[in-house]
Design a binder for this molecule. Sequence first.
Ligand code: ATP
Ligand code: MG
Length: 575
Amino acid sequence: MEIVDKTGTCNLDYNRVCKNGFCFDEVKKDFDWYYTGQVNIAHETIDRHANSWRKNKIALYWEGPDNEHEKYTFMELKTLTDKFANVLKMAGVKKGDRVFTYLPRIPELYISAISIAKVGAIFAPLFGGFRAEAVRDRMNDSGAKVVITTPEMKKIGIEEIQSEVPSLEKIILADVPESYKFNDNELSFDAEMTYAPEECNMEWCSLEDPVIMHYTSGTTGKSKGVVHVHNAMIGHYITTKWVQDLRDDDVYWCTADPGWVTGTSYGIFGPWLTGASQVVCSGRFSPDAWYSAIDKYKVTVWYTAPTALRMLMKAGDEVIKNYSLRSLRYITSVGEPLNPEVIRWGMKVYGHPIHENYWMTETGSNMIANFYGLPLKIGSMGKPFPGIEAAVVDDSGKVLPPGVPGNLVIKPGWPSMMRSIWNNPEKYREYFRIPGWYVTGDSAFVDNDGYFWFTGRVDDVIKTSGERVGPFEVESALLEHPAVAEAGVIGKPDPLYGNIIKAFISLKSGYEGSEELKREISGFVKTKLAAHAFPREIEFKAGLPKTRSGKIMRRVLKAQELGQPLGDLATLDDE
Ligand code: ATP
Ligand code: MG
């Protein structure tokens, strides 16, 4: 077993925070509401720091797509969000209303998030890459009252469906060109801000009032509208501090878009709850753009995703030589399983291991992680964060012995757990189908040391020759072959084996797909895993179908393979 022991390099204060799950209660004392009884996540995220020694600290470094850049202190963000909260009030927004953002990663998105919370409304961020239908479905599902967008994006995603969203009362437009003609139901972000009063009465809420609504990635089917409450701040805060290991002198960069939960919990609220400076880059992904951002802002803590890391790895080590990257201190990853090969590569080129963590939209914050002090086992998701109780159980709820894969479940009651699925209590109840547990829908096993290992989505587990094979272990073995850049593995029905393993592979540049290479790769995996756990069929593809948040959509590969309907493709990245 490969273990990277980083014990002692991080700042988790075990005694104070993590004694026997005592942690969540203990960190409540870091929030103002603990003393005042006045609750609002926006206050704790921005205003608390603006009233403290951090007031002139940079909260946001913003890097635009064409080398524009701006920066904002906590004090400046307090003023801007107070003003915009007043604009929202004037636009008729009331406590509990759903306010959507449909924006690129411009400062207005971050200002909106905080301001929406300030008026007690529900912040519902939509990924900027959605097309009209996906926008319409989500707005209708939740009865959106206001949307904040730009004229450009309005044209792509809102214009044609606007009449089909009867609840939508106002559109607030940012980044408006001078020639733009406003419709009756439209307001200008900038113009309203010029006149808005600076004094704002914060809407004090209860810890259980909803404040964020996130639609899931749609990897396994139709997205669900997951509702989070102000109390989630406890989870955001504690895990940003001790899973992301964020300290006051860090410059932090979470590469996720707030259209996905990582971009909100760890790209807006978490880091600011800890008072850290964060970087937002709104341009497109490219190895050069990303590495120069790290150097330019001297990023110390970097939270990204396996798909990005695989692309950086695919781009080769040459490009890295043009950058220093010396500021990096801690790297974390989420969203999909992180293949061991990528971690080994990361240690080679960045000089640091990549700390994988596991969670989902519904859990609101990191659940299982390679957090501080924990010797990192390469390929494992780590251990449950202190205060989180996780287990692997069979369908009846019986805890399975080490090494046996089954349902990954979590004991309900952690602070950032979703409180409902919007408008869909039935769906919500399904998460609790195994009595006493929250059911993640993922399959994992625990090893003898209590580390959790991801094997796949429960629905993706392949039964072949009477054995259960998780797609992830096959994909990771495939990635160790020098020709393989990305791999997606499915079970394909077969009269002899029940199912055979079929692998879809995109090759690194410089490799040509051939029958011989297929045989070689297949044999390569056979020597790595069990004799039954190798792909009997391989198909080369230029790229694999992915969600817009970068997850491989195995259900699409499978449906294509079997000639079945492709299902809900709203979140498919068609570029
Ligand atoms: P949908 O629920 O709409 O099908 P989704 O499950 O992909 O989409 P998210 O909530 O964005 O939506 O993703 C959570 C899922 O991502 C987890 O259930 C898990 O399958 C996967 N995941 C996240 N982190 C990890 C990780 N470290 N290792 C393995 N899988 C992970
Ligand atoms: Mg899910």
